[in-house]
Design a binder for this molecule. Sequence first.
Ligand code: THU
Length: 160
Amino acid sequence: MKTLKIESQFTIFDSLKETSIEVQDLMQKAIEVRDNAYAPYSKFNVGAALLLENGVIVTGSNQENASYPSGLCAERTAIYYAGAQYPKVKIKEIAISATSKKAPTTKPIPPCGACRQAISEYEIKQDSPIVIYFMGETGKVVKSNSLANLLPWIFDKSVL
Ligand code: THU
């Protein structure tokens, strides 16, 4: 018997202003696309902006459905679009911002488990890390240098 300890590392910025201009620009795209969310049920608007290695920025917002599980998160809307439109282009970074019509989101809002699994698939597919930044409406910004920090010991193609 042995114990395995897995460590994850994150960088926490006190505000978006503390990040680079490039990150601020990418996060700004995520903030803007939050307005395109179709979230009549949760009133929780999420925006995701992906920077591809060819410089293209792909954005997505959450799209809900009266049949709740049929809806899709912002991150997966964006990453599946990138996969569909630019299948051979690597994803360098993802910026995520979430806001709620019920109460201000002042804490960083991390991607859900299903989105972590989906992002991981692309990180493995492209064989290079995807840097992830996430925040609420205001406040701290969290940076992860790889999806692996957010979802260690992933279920991946190696077991199929
Ligand atoms: N949502 C996202 O878009 N991304 C996440 O990572 C977490 C949740 C959306 C799904 C749903 O439309 C709303 O936020 C509330 O869960």
